[in-house]
Design a protein around this ligand. Structure first.
Ligand code: COA
Length: 383
């Protein structure tokens, strides 16, 4: 590859690198306030939703723009519960997964298979209900397959969070664990124009079907700069080992100019409430010495990062600790994040389609000028 010239570098800097600050769509779904660090779904602050609402109600809110009545919520929740079963063909495909496969690759495969075998509904919402309802079952089935045990079929008498945990762990969770899981799903349900959301909207704008647009989002979740950071944070915890090691660990990271996972955010430059809620959950729930020690490390790393670099933790920072508290293994953090975010992505796909125009930006060409083709027998070696 030819090195960039100074003129090319100057031109690149005059563009918005990484689309930072570029408004790519209007949305009525989620508002994030970078100054106050707050997140609102359809005008309701996430702090209030996480304490007073539940995941099914939040999904209804994201999709319909308003809170449901009691009857609407009961019928919507029932519809979601009755849509959790995976098609038998998808389960057969999952049986072939190699145990050491990357779990989010398996989710991607599962979503593609759903695109082939799911019974398509008549409306966008029919398909959205099916995908959202099945994501928990899919993630749980992948986890169990990787662990060498048979997937557990869903039940219709439990809410999404409880049944998801039950299918993951093989037994009904405690009320406290089910409540925490419900809260985690709400906290992940949408986050405005994230990389995965944008990927889904780009694919939706081509008028590809909803399974393909959602599948694009799943692919984007994989990277450590997006949803993959939570697993890396837990790996960092293992590496540091104890609060005494924090300073040494960070100094080495700074010296190597490496990013500290779970810190920084494109929009929230000074922290946000989701992270604060998760820190609060972690403080209340750390029960064992092991959990308390790991929380102490995280709090210490956060303090030093803010003190030395003025960089704040993002929502992937405390989530791994909480997922571990729920007995969810590290390899599943991204898939569980993806399941939680599913309704938000689907709301964005629907919003894109409701006023669609193909998303096709431009690029500034900085390559060679026009050249004539030289037959291979006449080419000189350049080396
Ligand atoms: N650790 C150390 N320094 C960091 C950092 C981190 N996690 N995140 C940002 N910075 C620094 C950058 O090096 C840069 O410093 P500089 O101006 O001296 O070059 C400055 O903060 C601005 O960061 P930038 O990379 O421009 O931010 P971005 O908006 O392009 O990237 C992230 C945002 C999330 C990709 C980035 O913060 C990151 O890689 N974080 C770690 C991965 C992570 O936690 N991802 C989950 C996101 S929810």
């Amino acid at each position: 590859m030819a090195a960039r010239t100074e003129a090319q570098k100057d031109r690149k800097e005059s563009q918005s690198s990484g689309l930072q600050g570029v408004v790519v769509a209007s949305t009525a779904i989620t508002r994030i306030d970078p100054v106050e660090g707050r997140v609102y779904f359809r005008g309701y602050e996430i702090d209030e939703l996480v304490t007073k609402s539940n995941y099914e109600e939040v999904i209804f809110l994201l999709w319909h723009g308003r809170l449901p009545t009691k009857d609407e919520l009961a019928s919507f929740s029932q519809r979601m519960a009755q849509s959790r079963d995976l098609p038998s063909q998808v389960l057969s495909i999952l049986r072939e997964l190699p145990p050491d496969c990357n779990a989010i690759d398996a989710v991607s495969l599962g979503v593609s298979a759903l695109g082939l075998f799911d019974r398509r509904g008549k409306t966008f919402e029919d398909n959205a209900v099916s995908i959202s309802a099945k994501m928990g079952t899919l993630v749980a089935a992948i986890s169990r397959t990787k662990l060498g045990v048979a997937p557990i079929p869903p039940r219709t008498d439990l809410n999404y969070a409880t049944d998801f945990l039950r299918m993951l762990k093989g037994k009904e969770p405690s009320e406290a664990d089910a409540k925490l899981m419900d809260g985690m799903l709400i906290l992940h349900a949408d986050h405005e124009m994230t990389v995965s959301t944008f990927a889904a909207r780009v694919v939706a704008s081509t008028l590809a079907d909803v399974y393909s647009a959602f599948g694009a989002a799943v692919e984007a979740f994989k990277g450590p700069l997006h949803a993959g950071a939570s697993e890396a944070v837990v790996e960092m915890l293992d590496e540091i080992g104890g609060p005494m090691g924090v300073e040494t660990y960070l100094e080495a990271k700074f010296a190597r100019k490496e990013k500290v996972m779970g810190f920084g955010h494109r929009i929230f430059r000074a922290g946000n409430h989701i992270t604060a809620i998760m820190r609060d959950y972690s403080e209340k729930l750390a029960a064992t010495d092991y959990e308390k020690k790991r929380l102490a490390i995280l709090v210490n790393v956060e303090r030093l990062m803010v003190e030395k670099k003025k960089i704040y933790p993002n929502m992937d920072y405390y989530s791994g600790l909480l997922f571990q508290h729920l007995g969810i293994p590290g390899f599943l953090f991204v898939p569980v994040f993806a399941a939680g975010r599913t309704p938000g992505i689907l709301a964005h796909i629907n919003e894109q389609l409701s006023d669609n125009r193909l998303i096709r930006p431009s690029a500034e060409y900085v390559g060679s000028g026009a050249r004539s083709y030289v037959p291979i027998s006449q080419r000189q070696s350049t080396g």
